[in-house]
Design a protein around this ligand. Sequence first.
Ligand code: C5P
Length: 239
Amino acid sequence: MNASQLIVALDLRGKQDALTLVERLKPAGLKHVKVGMSLFYEAGIGLIEELKAQDLDVFVDLKLHDIPNTVERTVDVLIQGGASFLNVHCLGGFDMMQRASEQAQKSSDALGIPPVHVIGVTILTSHQPQALAVDLQTQVPLKDMVLHLAKQAHQAGLHGVVCSPEEASLLKTALGEDFLKVTPGIRPENYGKSDDQARILTPKQALTQGATHLVVGRPIYESPEPEVVFQSILASIAH
Ligand code: C5P
């Protein structure tokens, strides 16, 4: 496990707070950050450019879900802005996923950079199985739906999916080790609470299950000593 597989979610209220956290974590070995919707809408593409200029990988977590043409253009804009990871909803359809992945390859080639990773979001972990049956009127069990959408993402050329740590092992068996499994819901061993995450695993457990990238937010940014927590997570997965 290297430092770029540990992604720190910058879920802070403003650009300045996000940059201050980055400044504290960089000497501890920070390589990869995630910018979610609220920070992106507030700070814009300029923040992505700024983070990229600091030599960080930036996962732009906007969970794109629109018609193929719109998603394709957005993928290009985000890659021009410096994204190295981005994601789309698998429920946006096979054609949309395929066009997103093809555009990512084209935009990366045009910039002469390694291919930017496009990751699929299968079913949001906030959905309860019964909500799937009622809201989406589908009788397919949640696990089967996640697996089906991940297979579609794989076939459409996406590089991986966001999944819960428990789903990682199922997806590893079905789609192999190279298909990326990006997992939130990570809590360090001595953290003592799960916040609002329903299912949590420690960093080490998640990797054992087959996760290739870990996303960690609150345990790091809510700590009075974020660099200490960051370093101890890195140390816990170094071997
Ligand atoms: O603070 P915490 O470590 O729970 O942060 C997890 C991050 O992963 C947040 O940015 C959250 O939006 C994101 N995420 C998640 N569950 C998903 C998809 C994304 O927690 N299914």
